[in-house]
Each structure stands twice: as structure tokens, then as C-alpha cells.
Design a protein around this ligand. Structure first.
Ligand SMILES: CC(C)(COP(=O)(O)OP(=O)(O)OC[C@H]1O[C@@H](n2cnc3c(N)ncnc32)[C@H](O)[C@@H]1OP(=O)(O)O)[C@@H](O)C(=O)NCCC(=O)NCCS
Length: 169
């Protein structure tokens, strides 16, 4: 779909296709550099199941401007989605593309009947797009992480609170 609010350049949000993989990987590499492999969220992605049907790419013509990948995992046995990597090309930031990528990915997860999206990220940014800290370190990652960065967004009114270890779906 093409989205064009007043005053913002047109972008097309599209679910990730197999052929997009190399461009998405290159964008993530530019945004995070090699240090990203040390992140706790990378440990999760090593065992998580990629969900291209909920992973979103932002395009301007054939130019990839941003991406938000989604993964199937379980928390305390409950199926949930894990979001990341999430990046917007330097030079295209602060135009709302990031917020729209997250919103679209969460919308797709909600439409698929998912109850929660979990991620590791900066609360000041993600609180703007519906995420909040998992209470009391309830969601446990398979490695060291600043627990204040473990954030959850509920996708259903009766979703309940998540609790437990993040494990493979
Ligand atoms: C984070 C990122 C995807 C946001 O993309 P974006 O398209 O610029 O996001 P939006 O336009 O929706 O939001 C921009 C706003 O968020 C703020 N913001 C960006 N990163 C932030 C952060 N880490 N913490 C707090 N606020 C942040 C910007 O200052 C801007 O604020 P303003 O609206 O008051 O001017 C982009 O900055 C990026 O790719 N960063 C490098 C990779 C990264 O850190 N990814 C997230 C890992 S969890």
C-alpha cells in the first residue's frame, strides 16, 4: 500500500519478499554495524522463526528506506512475536517512517491473532508506538540484557501479562 500524509514523501509499505533479503540485510548492516551480533536480541533471532508475512519494508520506488523484521517465539509457552532489527536509512530518519513500519508490523501481527509483540529497544522511542516495559523483568532473554530495554506491546484487550523465558516457537 502507498501511504502519503500531507507534507511527507510517498513511501510504499510492503511485506518482505525473499528477493528483498540482501537489501534488508545491507540496510541493517549500515544501521547497526558488526556490533549488532553481540546483542541479546541476536541470540533470540538465532532460534526464532522468521515471519516475512509480518516483516515490513518501506520503499521509495526501488529504494529501500527502512525495515522492521518480525519473528515467531514463545514467552512462558505462549506464542508471541519478536520485533527487530528495525532501521531507517540515515538521511531518511525523523520523517515518521520508523513509527509507520512498527505500526504496520504490529497491525499484521494483530490481524494474525497474535497477543503480544516483544522487543529490546529504547523505551523513550518505543513508548511512542505503544510499547512499555515488561513488568518486573517478567520476560527473560537467553543472555544478559538491560531489563529496562525489554518492551512489550499487547495486541488484544484481554492479552494478559507475559511472563517467562523467550524460547523457540
Ligand atoms: C530508530 C529508528 C529506526 C527510528 O526511525 P525514524 O524513521 O527516524 O523514526 P520516527 O521518524 O518514527 O521517529 C523519529 C523521532 O524519534 C526520536 N528517536 C529516534 N531514535 C530514538 C531513540 N533511540 N530514543 C528516543 N527517541 C528516538 C527522534 O529523535 C525523533 O524525534 P522527534 O519526532 O521528536 O523529532 C532510526 O533512528 C534508526 O534506524 N536508528 C538506528 C538503528 C536503531 O537504533 N534501531 C532501533 C533498535 S531498537
Amino acid at each position: 500500500m502507498t501511504v502519503q500524509p500531507a507534507g511527507v514523501p510517498a513511501i510504499t509499505l510492503q511485506f518482505e519478499r525473499a528477493q528483498d533479503g540482501p537489501l534488508v540485510d545491507a540496510l541493517i548492516e549500515r544501521a547497526f554495524g558488526p556490533g549488532r551480533y553481540a546483542k541479546a536480541s541476536e541470540r533470540v533471532r538465532e532460534f526464532a522463526t522468521f515471519a516475512p508475512e509480518m516483516s515490513v519494508c518501506a520503499w521509495s520506488g526501488d529504494r529501500l528506506l527502512g525495515c522492521a523484521r518480525m519473528w515467531h517465539v514463545r514467552v512462558g509457552g505462549q506464542p508471541v512475536m519478536f520485533l527487530g532489527p528495525f532501521a531507517v536509512e540515515l538521511g531518511e530518519r525523523n520523517a515518521g517512517f520508523g513509527a509507520r513500519l512498527v505500526a504496520r508490523a504490529c497491525e499484521a501481527a494483530q490481524a494474525a491473532g497474535q497477543s503480544h509483540v516483544v522487543l529490546v529497544g529504547d523505551e523513550p522511542y518505543f513508548s511512542r508506538v505503544g510499547f512499555a516495559g515488561a513488568p518486573g523483568g517478567a520476560v527473560i532473554l537467553p543472555g544478559p540484557v538491560d531489563q529496562r530495554r525489554v518492551l512489550v506491546r499487547a495486541l488484544k484487550a484481554d492479552a494478559g501479562e507475559l511472563s517467562g523465558l523467550i524460547e523457540p516457537a
